[in-house]
Design a protein around this ligand. Structure first.
Ligand code: NIG
Ligand code: FE
Length: 410
């Protein structure tokens, strides 16, 4: 199906080779191949190294060379481990209210917030949801994002959540990026179950998740643990049951109040996301676990509140992924590179730490080990920027757009 070929020369190739999954990273640890090239075979990286050698090997093996004419820096395609890009409607009204000083939780209590998007997404036809998701996933791909997690969670009914997951599945057939679907029926308690979160969780466990499994719609499940969303008690029930059914778990944790990240640790979730409210105890527990902390700076920027303690997490020995959280409420901008660049500067993260956070550490948050590094055997997801120094990429804070994006070598 795919042909084998050589690609290069890139003036710098960042491989991310040998960098550990957890703890701080310094830029000196980055392997930068000057004038580098790759050989791609069946969508995977077969060889990587100085272009002189790559060209020789290509010649010996009779492979074609796709020449890179302009100076470009190449690195692994970006991985966005947390988005809600399948949604209908706008929440510009909420945004303006927040700018006037109303809080996210106040707006939610007054009937805006997530519930507003739920009403609009329930009303959207499948084809409309699909078209919106295709448009957003394509925009992300042009920004260099080759793997995108996408959550359900904006209908909170069995049929509606299935509609969302099927729209995500249909989107996958029309976009180049890999979409990783996640079930989020436990986003907030829907109006018809208010006051009985346990009954709602049980309803979804019994009637929704078996269909998800039967149709192969998703292998991951998420829950928003928060005042106004789900309690630790309800989340415990949800996570225990889904773990037994073989779902990978992730949690919207410690956004405004605590409890979520401890649950993620206890139930061996793949990731704990948000963490703006996490303190010393939470940081320590995450660092001692295999859970990947995921910072969502786009939500801090969209809400005007503090960032997750990325520096402290890394220094404590934890991993750190950075995701866009693209959603109509808290994170409407949705640009992964922009939010990661800004977050890196505010949190004092090295370039290596930021790139790892939207690279192999984000892959780990999704349980994926086949991407995030440009090394032999990994899939050939590559993004290249028209600059001659990799530090330009974060420096331009999202305004530098890729000159090329390859998905499995295409
Ligand atoms: O990750 N915190 C909960 N969920 C989303 C926001 C969803 C929304 O406001 O529509 C988040 O920030
Ligand atoms: Fe989210």
């Amino acid at each position: 199906m795919h042909k084998s070929f050589a690609l290069g020369p890139f003036c710098q190739l960042l491989t991310m080779r040998h960098l550990p999954l957890k703890g701080p990273l310094r830029d000196e640890q980055l392997e930068v191949i000057e004038q580098g090239g790759v050989i791609i075979r069946d969508g995977k990286i077969a060889a990587i190294g100085p272009f002189e050698r790559i060209r020789r090997v290509a010649k010996e093996d009779g492979l074609g060379i796709k020449a890179i004419e302009k100076p470009m820096v190449a690195l692994p395609g970006f991985i966005d481990a947390h988005t809600h890009l399948c949604f209908a409607g706008s929440r510009a009204k909420d945004y303006a209210l927040r700018a006037e000083g109303k809080t996210y939780l106040e707006i939610a209590k007054a009937g805006g917030g997530i519930w507003d998007t739920v009403m609009k997404t329930r009303a959207a036809a499948p084809a409309e949801l699909e078209a919106l998701s295709v448009q957003r996933a394509q925009r992300h791909f042009l920004g260099g994002v080759t793997t995108i997690e996408v959550k359900s969670g904006y209908t909170l009914t069995i049929e509606g959540e299935l509609k969302m997951l099927r729209a995500i599945q249909a989107t996958q057939t029309q976009v180049k990026a890999d979409l990783i679907p996640t079930c989020l029926p436990a986003h907030i308690v829907p109006k018809d179950f208010i006051g009985d979160e346990i009954a709602y969780i049980q309803h979804m466990l019994t009637h929704f998740f078996p269909i998800v499994q039967a149709e192969g719609l998703a292998q991951r499940a998420d829950i928003f643990v928060e005042e106004g969303a789900f309690s630790v008690k309800a989340a415990t029930l949800y996570m225990q049951a889904l773990q037994q059914q073989g779902f990978d778990l992730t949690v919207h944790a410690d956004q405004f109040s605590l409890g979520g990240s401890a649950l993620a640790v206890r139930h061996k979730a793949r990731s704990a996301d948000h963490l703006e409210a996490s303190g010393e105890a939470e940081i320590k527990a995450l660092a001692a676990s295999e859970v990947i902390p995921v910072a969502l700076p786009g939500a801090s920027i969209g809400l005007g509140c503090e960032f997750a303690p990325g520096r402290r997490l890394l220094d404590a020995g934890a991993s750190l992924a950075i995701a866009s959280d693209w959603n109509p409420g808290s994170a409407p901008m949705g640009d992964l590179l922009t939010v990661a660049s800004i977050y890196g500067m505010f949190e004092k993260l090295s370039t290596a730490e930021v790139l790892a956070g939207i690279g192999f550490r984000a892959a780990a948050a999704l349980g994926l080990s086949d991407r995030g590094r440009l090394i032999e055997g990994q899939i050939a997801d590559i993004v290249a920027f028209p600059v001659d120094d990799y530090r330009e990429i974060l420096y331009q804070q999202g305004q530098l757009r890729p000159g090329g994006v390859w998905k499995r070598g295409r």
